[in-house]
Every structure is written in structure tokens, then in C-alpha cells.
Write a protein that binds this ligand. Structure first.
Ligand code: KIV
Ligand code: ZN
Length: 386
């Protein structure tokens, strides 16, 4: 089996569904171009039937990006599919992403129909989308809560109808990694012809398991991961692109590759955060402001001796300039000496003792001690050899 994992970025579609994060056409173009530079394989640019503005954005992205597949979402409705097809018609590599809910919850309570009807609609939507584009991705919404036998029947219908990719969304972020992995394996074992299409994973983070579930899906046969920058998306968000990419890179013994240039991850995260006006939580893996900041004495001492002691990723690998040693009341002498060194201040052992005592008083008061406060400590308590 091919081990190249396709990265399908849905920041501009599922990510943009976050309340207050709507993007203008120009903003979508800017982000799409940056995603192309980052090396994603597919950009889901929007849901064209949802509004004239979104149609125009998807159309504009289709014209602007060249080396990436541009995908448009549609429900299993003819009008949606026609509008999606129209929006991506200028793309060098257009894709329509269409589908329908498959869990009992969705079939009986949301769509209020029968399983037989779902099978029919799944077949029709794929066949209809195939009239416009070769590359058709089918999604089985709420596949995470869909019983595996029925899910296999739906996916079989989609494959027979000509789907090139089948998406198995854990729409509600419900599954456990082992359960989701088994679901993917069940499809691999029970859908005839599945080896000719790509299985896609699309996970939500309601239980904080989106990334773990995506990785488990890959290990069980999925070859496309749907994700967003900074993990933004409906409710608790989607699988985070940076997490999946760095997990695959760091655990290279798993032997999966992506086309992502990891050094562009941090600038990409900043671009999405500022354009969408959505701050990144400080402790967010890979891209949070604390991801490469060390603040306790034991960790700081270890990192100063050798950064591998506490860093499994070199900051420059993801486009962060350098890791930082944050001075707090939990910091030790090694960290203080290190930061003084960065300011060009060389301290003798005795000087360090003197300044350290005073430093702790300041740290208890201000929480994080900055460069100005360090300089003030030096000028107050030392005649230095700077
Ligand atoms: O979460 C989901 O099920 C989706 C589909 C529309 C692909 O976003
Ligand atoms: Zn989703």
C-alpha cells in the first residue's frame, strides 16, 4: 500500500464555520495561496450553494491556485452539486465533495427517511457529480456513529457509482481511536474495490480525540486526512493539520510521508489566527506561544545543557525562530545566567547568587521577569563586566 498521506485542508470550509470567523474573498485567496506553499494536496475552498459570497470565493480560489486540487462541498442535492461544479470549473484539478448522513440518528431523526433511501441518494449524488468532474469525494456524515455493516453498504454504493475518495467523518467527535481504526479496517475488508479509491478521515474534536483518531485511521488504511490549521472548526474543532503532520514526521518509523514543508507551519498558523481573528491557545501543540517556552527550573536547566532533553521538535523545524527560557519564580540560577548571557551580561558565581536572590523577589511580584527588569537588577545590585 502506498504510504503517501494526502493532506486535505478544510480551514476555508469546516474551519470557516466557526462563529465570527467568516472570510472575505481576498482573505480566502491569501490563505489558499499560503496553503499551496505549505504543500497541502487538497484545499476545500467552501460550500458554494451556501451564499453568493462563498460561491465567488470558491471560484476565485479555483482560478488562483495551480498545484492543488480545489474542492467544493455540496449536499446530496442536484442544485448543490451543479453550483459546486460551476464554482470549481476553472480549477486545474477540481473536486466535488458530496454526501449524506448515514447514522440512525441522522437517517431517522435529521433526514427522516429510510436506510434504503439513503443508499439511493448516495448513488445518485455521486453519479450526478461525476457528470461534471472526474474527481468525486463522497462523505458519509456521522459515519463515526454509523453501524459498520450499513456504512459498508453505503460506501459500496458510492464506490460502485464512481467515487474517487470516500470520506468517513466522525462528525460528532464521538469515536475512540481503536473503534475508529476498526471502522476503517472493516471498510477495507468489506467493500469491494475499495483498494482503488482513497479512504479519507475527517475527525472532530469534541472529546479531544480528533488527532488520535486520524492517526489510527491512517494506521488502518486511510490515505487522506482532512484537517484545519490550528484545529479550528465547528464546536471543539477539527483535526489539526500541524499535529498530524508533525506526528507522522517525528514517528518516521511508521513510514508515512506528506508533502508538507513543516518550516511553513508556524507562519501559516499565525496567518490563519490573525485573518480569522481567532487567537491560538498558548498551550496548543506545535503552534501555541508556549509550545517552545520553558519556564520551570528543572526543565530550563535541562534544555540549556542540551535542548533534546525537553524538546522533541526543534523550533526551526516548524518555522519558530527559537525556543525561549521564560523567567518566573520557578526558574533556577541556570536560566537566569542563560538569559543574562543573552543580554551580554557575564556573571561570576557570587554575582549570580546576589542577583538570583533579588530576582526571586521581583519574580514573586511580577510573575514573568522581562529583559528590562533584568537590566535594572544588574544596574541596581552589580558593577558588571559587560
Ligand atoms: O463533519 C462532517 O461530517 C463534515 C462533512 C460535511 C464532511 O464536515
Ligand atoms: Zn466536519
Amino acid at each position: 500500500m502506498n504510504n503517501r498521506i494526502q493532506i486535505f485542508d478544510t480551514t476555508l470550509r469546516d474551519g470557516e464555520q466557526v462563529p465570527g470567523c467568516g472570510l472575505s474573498k481576498n482573505e480566502k485567496i491569501t490563505i489558499a495561496k499560503a496553503l499551496e506553499e505549505l504543500g497541502v494536496d487538497v484545499i476545500e475552498a467552501g460550500f458554494p450553494i451556501s451564499s453568493p459570497g462563498d460561491f465567488q470565493s470558491v471560484e476565485a480560489v479555483s482560478k488562483e491556485v495551480k498545484d492543488v486540487t480545489v474542492c467544493a462541498l455540496s449536499r446530496a442535492v442536484e442544485k448543490d452539486i451543479e453550483v459546486a461544479a460551476d464554482a470549481v470549473k476553472h480549477a486545474k484539478r477540481p473536486r466535488i465533495h458530496t454526501g449524506i448522513g448515514t447514522s440512525d440518528q441522522h437517517v431517522f431523526t435529521k433526514i427522516k427517511t429510510t436506510r434504503e433511501d439513503i443508499l439511493l441518494r448516495a448513488e445518485r449524488c455521486v453519479k450526478y457529480a461525476k457528470k461534471f468532474v472526474e474527481d468525486v469525494e463522497f462523505y458519509a456524515e456521522d459515519a463515526g456513529r454509523t453501524d459498520n455493516e450499513f456504512l459498508a453498504k453505503v460506501i459500496q454504493v458510492a464506490v460502485n457509482a464512481g467515487a474517487t475518495v470516500v470520506n468517513i467523518p466522525d462528525t460528532t467527535g464521538y469515536c475512540l481511536p481503536e473503534e475508529y481504526g476498526k471502522k476503517i479496517k472493516f471498510l477495507c475488508d468489506n467493500v469491494i474495490g475499495i483498494e482503488n479509491v482513497a479512504i479519507s478521515t475527517h475527525c472532530h474534536n469534541d472529546l479531544g480525540l480528533a488527532t488520535a483518531n486520524s492517526i489510527e485511521a491512517i494506521k488502518n488504511g486511510a490515505r487522506q486526512v482532512e484537517c484545519t490549521i490550528n484545529g479550528i472548526g465547528e464546536r471543539a474543532g477539527n483535526t489539526s493539520l500541524e499535529e498530524v503532520v508533525m506526528i507522522l514526521k517525528k514517528h518516521n518509523w511508521l513510514n508515512y510521508q506528506t508533502g508538507i514543508d513543516s518550516t511553513k507551519i508556524y507562519p501559516m498558523s499565525q496567518l490563519v489566527s490573525s485573518t480569522m481573528n481567532m487567537p491560538v491557545q498558548p498551550n496548543k501543540a506545535i503552534v501555541g506561544s508556549n509550545a517552545f517556552a520553558h519556564s520551570s527550573g528543572i526543565h530550563q536547566d535541562g534544555v540549556i545543557k542540551n535542548r533534546d532533553n525537553y524538546e522533541i521538535i526543534a523550533p526551526e523545524e516548524v518555522g519558530v525562530d527559537e525556543s525561549s527560557i521564560i523567567l518566573t519564580a520557578r526558574s533556577g540560577r541556570a536560566a537566569l545566567n542563560f538569559r543574562m548571557g543573552k543580554l551580554g551580561v557575564q556573571l561570576s558565581k557570587d554575582e549570580l547568587e546576589t542577583v538570583y536572590e533579588k530576582f526571586l523577589e521581583v519574580a514573586d511580584r511580577v510573575s514573568v521577569v522581562n529583559d528590562a527588569e533584568l537590566k535594572s537588577l544588574v544596574s541596581q545590585y552589580l558593577i558588571t563586566n559587560t
